[in-house]
Design a protein around this ligand. Structure first.
Ligand SMILES: Cc1cc2nc3c(=O)[nH]c(=O)nc-3n(C[C@H](O)[C@H](O)[C@H](O)COP(=O)(O)O)c2cc1C
Length: 386
C-alpha cells in the first residue's frame, strides 16, 4: 500500500506517512509526551464507550450538516491547529487548508506554522481560524492577532494548556529541533528519505530557506535559535484569564479557548467571553496522565448548557469515535493527526482522502445508529461510564 488512494482508513494513511517521513518528523507528529499515558488513554476511553443502535428507522436522507459558531458547515469536524503541517509536505498548511475548504469544514492555522498566514488565507479561503500561543511579550501577540484579522481569519483559538513546553524525549533522541535544522544526529535519517528531501526540504531551501515560523515577527525570529523542540516556542508561563479577557476586548469575532480539561475552567472561559470551549489534552502531547477529553466532555456540556459551544479533540480516528462525542453533546470534533497523515501521504489530495474517509465512516455510523441528522444523536445512543 503505497498511495493514499488505496488507504481505506486513517491507520492506512498513518502507515504511508510513517514510511514517507524521516523518523524525526514522523515521531514529532505521531507521538505524545513522557510515558505517553495520555496518548494511549485517549484511544482507550473512546473505545470503552459502547453504542446502542436503534433499528428500523428511516435513515435514507442523511446529512452531517452542523451549525458551528453561527455558520453552516457540511460536517461535524474541523481541522485542529498543528504547527508542523509544513514539514509533512511543502507548504502543507496550504494543502490542508484547501482540502478543508473544499470539504466545507473549518481549518485552524497554528501560530507556529511554516507558511505565512496571509499566504494560507489567500490560497485556501473557506472558514479560517487562527490559533494563538501568547508570547511573553503580549504586545507582539496582540499585533499578531490584528494581522490574523486583517488576513481574513474569522475565529481566534487561544491555546490555554501550555504555560511551559512539554517533555518529548524522543525529539532529543531523534535530533529533531524546531526551528528545523540539519544536525549530525538527523542527517542519516533525512538521507534515507530522499523523496522527502527532494519534494519537501529542498523546495523550502530554494524558496524561503530552512523551514521556520513564518508568522513570527522579525523581533522574534531574531531571538530564535535551534533549541530542542519546545524550548524555542517562547511560551508564556505568566498567562492568566485576565489575558484571555483582554483578547476578548480586542477580538470582536469568534473566540475559542483550547485545552480546557475541567468543568470549572470551561465555566471560567465562558465567563470571560469564550464563544466556544475546546475540551482537549492536545492529543496527549502536553500533560502526561490526564483524563481523556471524551470522559470530561459530558461534564463540560452540562456546565455550559447554551452559554458556549463545546468542541472536543484528542484521539479521534474513526467515524464511530466522532458520533460518540456528538451524542455526548459536542458541537464538533477537531481532527489533528489524521489529516496530517493524509497531507504527508499526498498533499491536498491526501488530506482530502482523510476527510473523505471520516465522512464515509460518520455517515455509516449515523445510519447504523438510526440517526438521520447530527441532532438525532443523543446520550440514549451510548452506554458510558468512566
Ligand atoms: C504535530 C502536532 C502539532 C500540534 N501543534 C499544535 C499547536 O501549535 N497549537 C495547538 O494548540 N495545538 C497543537 N497540536 C494539538 C492539536 O491541535 C490537537 O489538539 C490534537 O492533535 C488532537 O488530537 P489528535 O491528533 O489525536 O486528533 C498539535 C498536534 C500535533 C499532532
Amino acid at each position: 500500500m503505497a498511495s493514499y488512494r488505496t488507504a481505506y482508513n486513517i491507520a492506512d494513511l498513518r502507515e504511508i506517512a510513517r514510511r514517507r517521513l524521516p523518523r524525526g518528523v514522523f515521531e514529532f507528529i505521531d507521538r505524545g509526551t513522557e510515558d505517553e499515558v495520555s496518548l494511549r488513554h485517549n484511544f482507550e476511553a473512546l473505545k470503552a464507550i459502547r453504542l446502542r443502535p436503534r433499528t428500523l428507522v428511516n435513515v435514507s436522507k442523511r446529512t452531517q450538516e452542523v451549525e458551528l459558531l453561527g455558520k453552516r458547515h457540511s460536517m461535524p469536524i474541523a481541522i485542529a491547529p498543528t504547527g508542523s503541517a509544513g514539514l509533512t509536505w511543502y507548504e502543507g498548511e496550504i494543502a490542508l487548508a484547501r482540502a478543508a475548504a473544499a470539504a466545507g469544514i473549518p481549518f485552524t492555522l497554528a501560530t507556529g506554522s511554516m507558511t505565512a498566514m496571509e499566504k494560507v488565507a489567500d490560497a485556501a479561503g473557506g472558514t479560517l481560524w487562527f490559533q494563538l500561543y501568547m508570547w511573553p511579550d503580549r504586545a507582539l501577540s496582540h499585533k499578531l492577532v490584528d494581522r490574523a484579522r486583517a488576513a481574513g481569519f474569522e475565529g481566534l483559538v487561544v491555546t490555554v494548556d501550555s504555560p511551559v513546553p512539554p517533555s518529548r524525549e524522543y525529539n532529543l533522541h531523534n535530533g529533531f529541533t524546531l526551528p528545523f535544522s540539519i544536525t549530525r544526529r538527523n542527517a542519516a535519517d533525512m538521507l534515507s528519505h530522499p523523496r522527502w528531501l527532494l519534494t519537501v526540504l529542498s523546495r523550502y531551501l530554494v524558496t524561503t530557506g530552512m523551514p521556520r515560523y513564518q508568522n513570527y515577527p522579525t523581533e522574534m525570529k531574531q531571538k530564535i535559535t535551534a533549541l530542542p523542540m519546545g524550548r524555542s516556542m517562547a511560551l508564556n508561563d505568566s498567562l492568566t484569564w485576565d489575558d484571555f479577557r483582554e483578547l476578548r476586548r480586542r477580538w470582536a469575532h469568534k473566540l475559542l479557548a483550547k485545552g480546557v480539561l475541567t468543568a470549572p475552567d470551561a465555566k471560567r472561559a465562558a465567563d470571560c467571553g469564550a464563544d466556544a470551549v475546546i475540551v482537549s489534552n492536545h492529543g496527549g502531547r502536553v500533560v502526561d496522565g490526564t483524563r481523556a477529553p471524551i470522559d470530561i466532555l459530558p461534564e463540560v456540556v452540562d456546565v455550559l448548557g447554551t452559554r458556549a459551544e463545546v468542541i472536543v479533540d484528542s484521539g479521534f480516528r474513526r467515524g464511530t469515535d466522532v458520533v460518540k462525542a456528538l451524542a455526548l453533546g459536542a458541537r464538533a470534533v477537531l481532527i489533528g493527526r489524521p489529516t496530517l497523515y493524509g497531507t504527508a501521504a499526498g498533499g491536498e489530495a491526501g488530506a482530502a482522502r482523510a476527510i473523505t474517509l471520516l465522512n464515509q465512516e460518520i455517515d455509516r455510523a449515523m445510519a447504523l445508529l438510526g440517526c438521520r441528522t447530527v441532532a438525532d444523536l443523543s446520550r440514549e445512543h451510548l452506554v458510558y461510564s468512566e
